[in-house]
Structure formats: structure tokens, C-alpha cells
Design a protein around this ligand. Structure first.
Ligand SMILES: Cc1cc2nc3c(=O)[nH]c(=O)nc-3n(C[C@H](O)[C@H](O)[C@H](O)COP(=O)(O)O)c2cc1C
Length: 480
């Protein structure tokens, strides 16, 4: 299966087409140093044999930013070297750091914008990217990823809302591309051509008057022309529409563009794949085969396989899905899909990141700081004599499900639902023994069952099924 075939990215052979995109962990202190918790988080992905691990955004400069990794000085190299060694000693997973420059923000809501940067400051940023890439190479990373997405400096330069009026002018696409172009040239000068350099950019800003896939195609083409070794696509995550809470630092993921970037359970699966498909086919038609990474709710195995088989992208990015279950690759490859701890996109991780708190997953056992180590032989929970005793009651447009506790170690319960006699989907995971479904449409049959799972995803047999078919409301009957 193509998903599990290796891919050569400028000499970096990734063992499969699954990438864990950068995800800030907030496990580092304000000192920006790699510590044991950070190492444990990334070694988990290596144990899970993820093809390419992108280590969370790390600053190339010294600006204040709360708990955030840094690669802004040689004194950070030994920590990163320890991290890369541990990953390489664990499996064939490859690892790159995401290197980032961001501008200043204040609790008052004020933020520095691109047009406030002097030419000397831009020259400095270009140098800092090059120096950080050199440090990445010295630390034993397999390559580096430039962060040109979301609310940060390079993304602000590419943005249709870039307010500069000099050589980096936002009035032309060429002006917007100039800073990234110069960064790439300098990085290449400093690390050479044989060190893989990827970039993360936006396929759509999801901002009023922001750029969309129409220009993203052209930006991606230029990235390919610059010789970048992969293009990882994200969307949104901008400051322009962020919601400011007085007294707090502006969070780039608090507006609608932020919601698109880390879409919650209200959004459909694979909602951004059409963007990567369009961008990939465009650059391919221009003669470039730069690998394209897509991301955004692609953690169902059948979806990940489809994206690769149908050539909608070259690599699948699974962020929250791999946080929930870092052994996803091994389980899917071994045909053990039934043992996956399925991300429900509840976004507890996103909220923790926004609050600068240690990022963990709601689905992990209480107080766990990492995804639990896999135990394929552990006992799955079992139902008592009542086989789960699942009941459903409907009232006021909602269906309330109740069941009995399963026996042996239980981490949570997945709620499965089939709408209108269609496919079964997990609609929620809960820790308790009650769930209220407020998303039913009367007039259709719904079938539910529940499975209890342990901390490594071993699930009980399904409970008995329960069905409801709420009657159409009076006003709808008249027109039905
Ligand atoms: C807690 C958290 C932190 C994130 N930090 C970063 C980051 O440092 N850099 C980045 O490019 N994207 C970051 N993202 C966005 C993810 O890389 C990814 O694009 C997004 O979550 C959508 O993919 P998914 O649906 O597979 O989770 C973060 C997402 C989450 C949930």
C-alpha cells in the first residue's frame, strides 16, 4: 500500500507517507531548552514509526515568548542533538525542526506588523533563518522546515494583507515572495543543497481579502522553483481575525481562521484535501514533483490511504490524531485499526496551547503526560452480564444514551452512530457512562452502540445496539 511505501526527500528517506506536523507541546520551559519531557514526546512518535516527525515551532531569535523551544544560539544545540539521537536510535523515523520567526505582541492587544520592520531587521531575520538551519544540521536533524504559515513573520510577508511598500511590498505577489525567497537562498548558502529544506505555507489564509488557493498555487510553484524539498500545506491561523481577551496575549488561533487551522468536531473530515489536490496538480503540470503534505482531520485510516492512493497529496499530515495515538502507523500497517485511539477533535489540546499550558490529549488516561506506551497484549475492557445495558431516551430534540461501566481497566467510551441506515462513525469519546446527542435530525433512524476502550485503544465488543427514529415535528409534516 502506497501509504507505507518509503519516499526519498532529497536523500532523506522517510519510511512511510505519514508526517506528524509541528505541534507546540508547551513542555519546554521559558529557557527554550530541550528537556526530557520534550524528548519523550517525540520518541513516542518514533516508537510509532511515523515517517517524518516535525518538531514543534522553535524560535530562531531571542524574543520573549513564554514556554517555547529555541534554536537561536549554539548553546541550544546539545539538547537538540540528544533529541535527534534518541529518535534515530528508536526507529527509521526521520526528524526535522520547524524553525520560526515571529514578531512582537503585547498583552494590551498591540502587535508588531510586517510594515514596522526596518530593512536591517529583515536582513537580520534572513541571517537568523540561515544560522538556525546550520544549527539544525549540527544537531543531527535530517533536514529543517521553514515556518511560513499562520500568524508569523514569513507568512505575514506572503499574505495578501502584507502592508509593506518597499521591495517587500504587499502590492505585488512578487514583493510578497521576496522575503521567503531570500531566506531560502541564504539557508541554502549556509547548509548546502544536500540538506533537505521544507516549508510550511498556507493553502488559504481564510481571511477577508486574504489569499486563497488561486494564489497559493503560484506561491507553491515559486517554492518548488526555489528548490524546496517539500511543501507542507496548512490554512488560516492568523492574527488579523484573532479575538483579543483583555490582559491576555493575542492568540493566533482564536478567530475563524484559527478554527479552520485546527478544525474541531463541527467540521467534516479531510476538509482541506481539495486544496492540496489543486496545488499538487498545478505544480506537477509545471514540471515539479516537490512532495506536497496535506493536513486537517485525516486520521481515519481509509481516508489517509485514499489521499495517497488517489494522488491528492504525497504525504499525509496527521497532527491531533497522532497526539491521541502515536502508534497509529504501526496499528494501521498491521491491520489493527480496531485498536486505534480515535481523535474526536475536541480541541482540548488546542485550548491548552492557547493558554500556554502543557499540551496533552483528553483521550489519554488522567494525568498522563505522554501517549501511553502500546501494550498489544493488554486486556480489552469487558461488559458485565447486561452487555453494556445501553439505553436511549429522546426528548426535546436530543437523544440521551446511558450504559453501565465496563470491567477491567477502562480509559473511556467511544460512541458509535449510524445515521439513516448508513455507515457507522464514532461521534464522540467520553470518560463517563452518559452522553447526550444534540445533533439528530428528526425523521431519520439512528442506531447507536458504545465500546469501552483501555489506555492503548483495546476496545470491548460493541454493546447492544439501540435505535431511535424521532418523528418529524408538526411544522415539517405539513410539507413532507
Ligand atoms: C496543540 C497544537 C499545536 C500546534 N502547533 C503548531 C506549530 O507549532 N506549527 C504549525 O505549523 N502548526 C501547528 N499546529 C497545527 C497542526 O500542525 C495541524 O496543521 C492542525 O492541527 C491540523 O491537522 P490535524 O487535523 O491533523 O490536527 C498545532 C496544532 C495543535 C492542535
Amino acid at each position: 500500500m502506497k501509504l507505507f511505501e518509503p519516499l526519498d526527500i532529497n536523500g532523506m528517506i522517510i519510511p512511510n507517507r505519514v508526517l506528524v506536523p509541528a505541534m507546540v507541546t508547551r513542555l519546554s520551559g521559558e529557557d527554550g531548552m530541550v528537556n526530557d519531557d520534550i524528548i519523550d514526546r517525540y520518541v513516542r512518535y518514533a516508537e510509532g514509526e511515523v515517517g517524518l516527525i516535525v518538531v514543534e515551532a522553535m524560535a530562531i531569535h531571542g524574543a520573549k515568548a513564554g514556554p517555547l523551544l529555541r534554536i537561536s544560539d549554539d548553546r541550544f544545540i546539545p539538547g537538540h542533538a540528544k533529541l535527534t539521537k534518541r529518535i534515530h536510535d528508536t526507529s527509521d523515523s526521520k526528524v526535522v525542526p520547524q524553525i520560526i520567526h515571529f514578531m512582537k505582541i503585547a498583552r494590551s492587544g498591540w502587535r508588531q506588523t510586517l510594515d514596522m520592520l526596518s530593512e536591517q531587521e529583515i536582513e537580520k531575520i534572513i541571517e537568523e533563518f540561515g544560522d538556525a538551519a546550520v544549527r539544525a544540521r549540527e544537531a543531527g536533524y535530517d533536514g529543517a522546515e521553514l515556518h511560513a504559515a499562520h500568524a508569523y513573520t514569513l507568512s505575514s510577508s506572503l499574505s495578501a494583507l502584507n502592508g509593506r511598500r518597499d521591495d517587500y511590498t504587499g502590492r505585488t505577489l512578487e514583493g510578497r515572495l521576496r522575503m521567503v525567497g531570500r531566506v531560502v537562498k541564504n539557508v541554502r548558502k549556509k547548509v548546502g543543497n544536500d540538506f533537505p529544506i521544507g516549508i510550511r505555507m498556507l493553502a488559504d489564509e481564510y481571511l477577508r481579502e486574504g489569499y486563497t488557493v488561486k494564489e497559493a498555487k503560484l506561491i507553491a510553484l515559486r517554492m518548488a522553483q526555489l528548490g524546496l524539498d517539500y511543501i507542507s500545506l496548512s490554512v488560516g491561523g492568523k492574527f488579523e481575525d484573532a479575538v483579543h481577551t483583555p490582559g491576555e496575549i493575542l492568540h493566533g488561533y482564536s478567530g475563524y481562521s484559527g478554527e479552520r487551522c485546527m478544525p474541531g468536531d463541527n467540521h467534516p473530515d479531510m476538509l482541506h484535501v481539495h486544496l492540496s489536490e489543486e496545488i499538487k496538480s498545478f505544480i506537477n503540470s509545471k514540471g515539479y514533483d516537490t512532495p506536497i503534505v496535506t493536513a486537517g482531520k485525516i486520521s481515519k485510516p481509509e481516508n489517509a490511504k485514499l489521499v495517497i492512493e488517489e494522488g491528492k497529496a504525497d504525504i499525509v499530515g496527521i497532527a491531533r490524531g497522532l497526539l491521541a495515538d502515536s502508534d497509529w502507523v504501526v496499528k494501521v500497517r498491521n491491520g489493527e485499526e480496531d485498536r486505534i485511539v480515535h481523535c474526536t477533535y475536541c480541541n482540548v489540546c488546542k485550548e491548552l496551547d492557547g493558554a500556554h499550558k502543557e499540551v496533552h490529549c483528553f483521550l489519554w488516561p488522567k494525568h498522563a503526560r505522554q501517549a501511553p506506551a502500546d501494550q498489544p497484549d493488554s486486556d480489552a475492557p469487558i461488559w458485565g452480564a447486561d452487555k453494556g445495558g445501553l439505553t436511549v431516551e429522546q426528548a426535546d430534540g436530543a437523544a440521551t444514551l446511558k450504559w453501565s461501566k465496563a470491567e477491567s481497566e477502562v480509559s473511556g467510551y467511544d460512541i458509535y452512530r449510524a445515521d439513516d441506515n448508513g455507515d457507522v462513525e464514532i461521534i464522540e469519546a467520553v470518560k463517563g457512562t452518559r452522553f447526550v446527542d444534540r445533533t439528530i435530525l428528526a425523521g431519520m433512524p439512528y442506531r447507536y452502540y458504545v465500546r469501552a476502550y483501555n489506555k492503548v485503544g483495546q476496545a470491548s465488543v460493541p454493546s447492544e445496539n439501540v435505535m431511535i427514529e424521532p418523528a418529524l415535528p408538526d411544522y415539517a409534516e405539513a410539507v413532507a
